[in-house]
Design a protein. Sequence first.
Length: 294
Amino acid sequence: MLDPFRIEGQASSIPAAAGIGLRFPHHEHVLHARPSVAWFEVHAENYFGGGPVRRTLEAVRRDYPLSLHGVGLSLGSAEGLDSAHLQRLAELARAMEPGLISEHLSWSVAGGHYLADLLPLPMTEEALEIVCRHVQQTQEALQRPILLENPSSYLQFRHSSIPEWEFLDNVARRSGCGILCDINNVFVSASNQGWDPLKFLDSLPAAAIGEFHLAGHAEVRLENGRLVRIDDHGSRVAPAVWSLYQQALQRFGPKPTLIEWDTDIPAFEVLLDESAHAADYLHACPVSPHACAA
């Protein structure tokens, strides 16, 4: 097993600053305008092939720190990892030399078919064994630790026996991976399932936190009057999520923070404005945790 993940003191080209998720509609703008952005994150699978998009990513990488965010490895799949997919990810990582690589605590493959979603896992001992094994396999292929992102969820599996925060803690300790703490996902899942988001934050191993994600979500009112929050990455970050982000900074100190926006993608200036808002929170927080301004 690789050495345990430690963000403190780790050599990384990703600064503890606000970055932006780079999506196809903004490729040309970034190439020509060279906007003032601390770093970019991309979905790794979009760049597995060659051609113009790969050349665009190479050009961006020459000017900006880069993080690779996987969406298709299916670390929670009981069928095992797709070795060809993992090899393509490793090849992309060798070529781009990203500061961080991350994936999701989810599954998305059944019977060899990829599903168009990141599906939550039952939080059981069996699932924990599978995820730890797959994280270790991924890290051995990449020869580096990865970050594992907490999911957004809407229902609880009846037979789940491990709280999500304990599940993440166990994976990090047993595999040596880090944690990508998606603040919007914490808020969405806590709201939908009725648990305390601060308990989630308080239960995470501080040394393993390597990145934060921020995004918008939608609100849907069901016929029975229940409000459900949907992690759609289609709007500005909600005030309650900003507040939870400040709480996370107080606990863990400044970390690389990404603005995600994947549906109804706005003008790039909107993303710059959101990243500037995240930067304000980061600048108000000293390096030492538990000392951020209220």
